[in-house]
Design a protein around this ligand. Structure first.
Ligand code: ADP
Length: 258
């Protein structure tokens, strides 16, 4: 049940009357849960064939390399990159459905943030032809957090930096210790975002309308999921941006996990 109401007062603030409305939203809630379960089920079902496909392609890629067939090796590597992207999207949907049904659980462990960021930059470079990604390393830093989920936040911010820099401008990644928090910043010199849009970027399915670059596709779930993951860690995520100049996304989480 959802209720809204308003209290009317006279000039001296004394209550005159109250008007309100009570709505039965059971049906909407049930529809929402069913839709969510459906997304979860479809995503889960799609993952299995994708994983097999990825395995077969990797096998062919290895064979092509052994046989010094550079053309096939190159094509198969590109196919692997596209499959990775698709798996990333499906995982995104799966995570949305888990999140909305309250099934997101953190599995925290000790790991080196610096090494994780470096590894993910390496992966991003594989699918980002032509972008320069500079890393300003932080000292080796052990963090207690969910490595896989924090990794997905970093990958998402890196792939956005690449995706929204269509003219292949430079990307700079920086991580530092600020008090008891580790802060990771990913700066691009790409399209940038209007001030009015920056407030809404972390909403589910929100995408900035981009008439000049309509081919840049997406679902508007990456930042929403990233924000949820960071919030679950007790951290924060934010952006500084200027239209036409570029954006810097930052997040910080407690080093000790609390
Ligand atoms: P998607 O990229 O799939 O649309 P996200 O949730 O990752 O979804 O991002 C939401 C929106 O925020 C994007 O559609 C884009 O308009 C904007 N955005 C995200 N990252 C950047 C960036 N680095 N530069 C400019 N715009 C960005």
């Amino acid at each position: 049940v959802s209720a809204i109401g308003k209290l009317y007062t006279n000039n001296s603030g004394n209550p005159l009357h109250f008007s309100g409305m009570i709505l039965d939203i059971t049906q909407q809630k049930e529809d929402e849960i069913r839709k969510n379960d459906f997304i979860g089920m479809v995503s889960h079902e799609l993952k299995t064939p994708l994983t097999s496909l990825s395995g077969y392609i990797q096998l062919l890629h290895r064979n092509a390399k052994k046989a010094a067939d550079n053309y096939s090796a190159d094509v198969l590597q590109k196919a692997t990159g596209q499959l990775k992207k698709m798996t990333g999207m499906i995982n995104g949907f799966l995570n949305i459905s888990r999140l909305e049904s309250g099934k997101i659980h953190l599995q925290k462990q000790q790991f080196d943030m610096d090494a994780l960021v470096q590894e993910l930059i390496g992966e991003t470079k594989l699918s980002a032809s032509g972008h320069t990604i500079t890393f300003l390393p932080c000292p080796p830093l052990n963090v207690f957090a969910d490595k896989e989920k924090i990794g997905s936040v970093i990958s998402n911010l890196l792939s956005n930096a690449v995706k929204y820099s269509p003219h292949k401008e430079e990307i700079t990644v920086h991580c530092e210790l600020v008090g008891d928090q580790v802060q990771v910043s990913i700066k691009d010199e790409g399209l940038g975002i209007n001030q009015s849009d920056t407030k809404r970027l972390f909403e589910r399915f929100y995408r900035v309308e981009n008439k000049e670059n309509p081919h840049i596709s997406g679902f508007g779930i990456g930042l929403y999921l990233s924000a949820e993951i960071i919030e679950h860690h007790g951290g924060k995520i934010w952006v500084e941006s200027e239209k036409g100049k570029g954006s810097t996304f930052h997040f910080s989480i407690p080093v000790s996990g609390q």
